[in-house]
Design a protein around this ligand. Structure first.
Ligand SMILES: NC(=O)c1ccc[n+]([C@@H]2O[C@H](COP(=O)([O-])OP(=O)(O)OC[C@H]3O[C@@H](n4cnc5c(N)ncnc54)[C@H](O)[C@@H]3O)[C@@H](O)[C@H]2O)c1
Ligand SMILES: [Zn+2]
Length: 353
């Protein structure tokens, strides 16, 4: 299944890439990888005709390197190796590489065309699709960036064989979100899937389904003026958990924070939009069974609330949420009272004790 013309889910990666490369001069091909995608993922491309023509830059792996100085490294490499507006840049890696490589491509000489080949589940179903690019700055996530679409996204599940379980379920959380905001069918297939023994054929279909949902919202509203905000479900409280965890012993991976955020925001959905409580309890218990417990105490509520106040999605002082009336029925721009948010945190806290 092919979600749209730009996104290709395939097990013919080498031939899809070879075809796309053919439209560019062979001395104008550039590849961005990080240390891990260089080691684990690039070998899967070795049979691509002409792969040796690529000039490659290996950037340091990890969110802490999604910075201006790494973007500079890419620009310098492009500049020193004769990249120009006729070039093609291929970003091979997780969301860190696709976000940063896409940003570097979008800004170099006012924009060079680029292809994303996402190698983590999170990047396949979320980060590499939709055109958001950028890096972290001044302690804030994705503070600098532009929205610019890749010419193609090529998804191959074979990359996921080397991904650890924690990163795997991190991406899975975004798929669950897609099910919750748009499709009971997708949600049902995700709940049935055996995460301990993933069946890659089934997974491939579910990834296509998930990307279709992301694309549906992106195409309706590329600049996130309205309905694209549906994709923020779980993220207002999720980002606050993510920020809080950075000050603690063990930072949460993005998807894990979003899974926990979805639990609290399901409770808000119940209070404000009438999301059925039986379903809310089942979903919350399932999420805890997949992501484990995250224990919080009431003394961090104010800090979490502060973090929610910093969210880019807020307009003025009010804290803006995307909530659900039921699975598949989304409401954007819902403002919640502080007391309601604290009640949702109580629900989350009690569930984890
Ligand atoms: N642009 C968007 O719309 C969007 C959406 C969601 C997330 N994001 C961004 O995506 C980033 C997170 O993405 P991520 O979770 O992919 O993180 P990541 O790119 O840091 O990858 C996680 C780890 O897995 C390694 N890795 C990558 N592919 C691998 C493979 N196949 N086998 C083994 N190891 C592999 C990476 O080197 C890294 O160490 C964040 O920066 C986030 O802001 C962007
Ligand atoms: Zn997310």
């Amino acid at each position: 299944m092919t979600p749209n013309n730009t996104v290709v889910v395939t097990d013919q990666l080498e031939s899809v890439l070879a075809l796309s490369m053919a439209a560019f001069p062979e001395d104008k091909l550039f590849l961005v990888v990080d240390q891990n995608s260089n080691r684990f993922c690039l070998p899967l491309l070795c049979d691509t005709p002409g792969i040796e023509k690529f000039k490659k830059i290996v950037i340091p792996a990890g969110e802490e390197n999604k910075t201006l100085s790494t973007a500079e490294l890419i620009w310098l490499f492009l500049s020193q190796n004769g990249a120009d507006r006729k070039s093609l840049i291929v970003n091979l890696g997780g969301g860190m590489v696709t976000d940063l490589g896409s940003f570097a491509a979008s800004t170099f000489k006012r924009g060079v065309q680029f292809i994303n080949i996402p190698t983590t589940l999170l990047a396949q179903v979320d980060a590499s699709v939709g055109g958001k690019t950028g890096f972290n700055f001044n302690g804030l996530k994705n503070e600098i960036g532009v929205i610019n679409q890749p010419i193609q996204v090529i998804i191959d599940t074979r990359f996921l064989n080397t991904l650890d379980h924690a990163n795997f379920i991190s991406g899975y959380a975004e798929m669950i979100k897609h099910g919750l905001i748009h499709s009971q069918d997708h949600l049902a297939e995700l709940r049935k899937f055996d995460l301990q023994k993933p069946d890659f054929l089934v997974l491939k279909q579910m990834i296509s389904h998930s990307v279709l949902i992301k694309n549906y919202f992106v195409e309706k509203d590329p600049q996130e003026k309205g309905i694209r905000k549906a994709l923020n479900f779980g993220h207002t409280i999720g980002h606050a958990f993510e920020s809080l965890s950075l000050t603690q012993e063990k930072p949460l991976l993005h998807g894990h924070a979003v899974a926990f955020g979805m639990i609290a925001e399901l409770y808000l959905s119940h209070m404000i939009c009438g999301f059925p409580d039986g379903n809310m309890h089942h979903l919350s218990k399932w999420l805890i069974s997949v992501y484990g417990n995250y224990r919080i105490t009431p003394d961090v509520y104010e800090t979490l609330y502060e973090y929610m106040g910093h969210d880019k999605k807020n307009e003025g002082k009010r804290i803006n949420f995307t909530l659900l009336c039921s699975a598949g029925e989304v409401q954007i721009n819902k403002n919640c009272e502080k007391s309601q948010i604290f009640e949702a945190l109580d629900y989350f806290r009690e569930l984890n004790n």
